[in-house]
Design a protein around this ligand. Structure first.
Ligand SMILES: [Zn+2]
Ligand SMILES: [Zn+2]
Length: 262
């Protein structure tokens, strides 16, 4: 089995003649543009660089590298014959990217197949995605190009009470690689040699991710759901801002080194 990572939770798996693409969501194609304003302290850090004892492997420098790398486009993805979508959140299911995947022929327009759940199917249908879509319910197995794809019951991790819950499905591929989508607590026991483990998300604690790996006991654990590492503040602040909207509590985003009178 050959595995290629395309950013965030997007993996490409080659097994025999099966070419399986999972979750080519919005973060796979997104840079930091306009999203991040680095604080003065961060800039000083960048300018000080190695002199400050940083070997440029820190989160700040990873973010800076993210701003200069060439962004991946949907048409840069490899040819595949099946697409697996774990759930409808944009960082996993990006209708615009899927349209481009359709137009550019990355997956054959006639024989290509999307395996997913009801929630995603609804979003795809509303957005006019023309690929053939099949629902794979937890416990069900579909064989594609001689490779088994089994749906695993995997509830989406809880973000916050003001976020609507969405349906999430995990996929066990060839009985060997498990991609859980946005979940580190599947409701059934899974055995996998390769485990794609979410590492950074507002719906999980890092501790839970680690416990998940130890419970499954794979031979290899591959980090996924890590695009947020590039955007140190934005996703986390947004959850507090939206969650506290209308509560009468002000969420004050403090600028480093800049005093505010309370
Ligand atoms: Zn999600
Ligand atoms: Zn996600």
């Amino acid at each position: 089995m050959r595995v290629t990572k395309y950013g965030h939770s997007c993996l490409f798996i080659e097994e025999g003649t099966a070419r399986i693409l999972i979750d080519p969501g919005s973060y796979v194609f997104k840079g930091n543009d306009g999203e991040i304003s680095f604080s003065t302290a961060s800039r000083n850090h960048a300018e000080g660089g190695r002199g400050m004892g940083c070997d440029h492997s820190c989160a700040y420098h990873a973010a800076v590298r993210g701003t200069t790398r060439k962004l991946l486009k949907p048409e840069d993805l490899p040819q595949c014959n099946v697409l697996l979508l774990t759930h409808e959140h944009a960082d996993h299911t990006d209708p615009e990217a899927l349209k481009q995947i359709y137009e550019s022929g990355i997956m054959n327009q006639e024989s290509g197949l999307i395996l997913t759940n009801e929630g995603v199917k609804k979003v795809l249908t509303e957005n006019g995605i023309k690929f053939k879509i099949e629902i794979l319910k937890p416990g069900e197995i579909r064989t594609v190009q001689g490779v088994t794809i089994r749906a695993i019951a995997c509830d989406h991790g809880h973000i916050a009470d003001h976020f609507p819950r969405v349906e999430n499905v995990g996929f066990l591929i060839a009985g060997k690689l498990f991609h859980p989508g946005d979940c580190v607590t599947p409701s059934e026991e899974v055995q996998a040699e390769i485990l794609a483990v979410p590492v950074v998300a507002p719906w999980m604690a890092v501790r839970e991710g680690l416990e998940f790996v130890k419970k499954v006991k794979p031979k290899y654990a591959i980090p996924i759901h890590d695009a947020m590492v590039k955007w140190p503040e934005v996703p986390w602040y947004k959850i507090f801002e939206t969650g506290l909207a209308g509560s009468g509590i002000e969420f004050v985003k403090m600028e480093l080194g800049k005093a505010k009178e309370f």
